[in-house]
Design a protein around this ligand. Sequence first.
Ligand SMILES: [Zn+2]
Ligand SMILES: [Zn+2]
Length: 71
Amino acid sequence: MSDTTTVLHCPKCNEVGHVDRFKDLNIFVRMECPKCNFRWKTLSKRCKKCFKPNGFAVEGYCSSCYSEMYR
Ligand SMILES: [Zn+2]
Ligand SMILES: [Zn+2]
């Protein structure tokens, strides 16, 4: 397994994981499996607007661009 793709599914049981926690503008997000509690690290997607890591494992805007659009 490489660190160059975003891994949404648990490497152990293939359940869809959720983001455990993230740091602002960190290229890596921590994922956690709701089924077996396995944790793994994956690449964050990039914001479509500013192209910085958005802090999420799914496509979308980063939190600063998001709050700019919806304030
Ligand atoms: Zn799992
Ligand atoms: Zn952004």
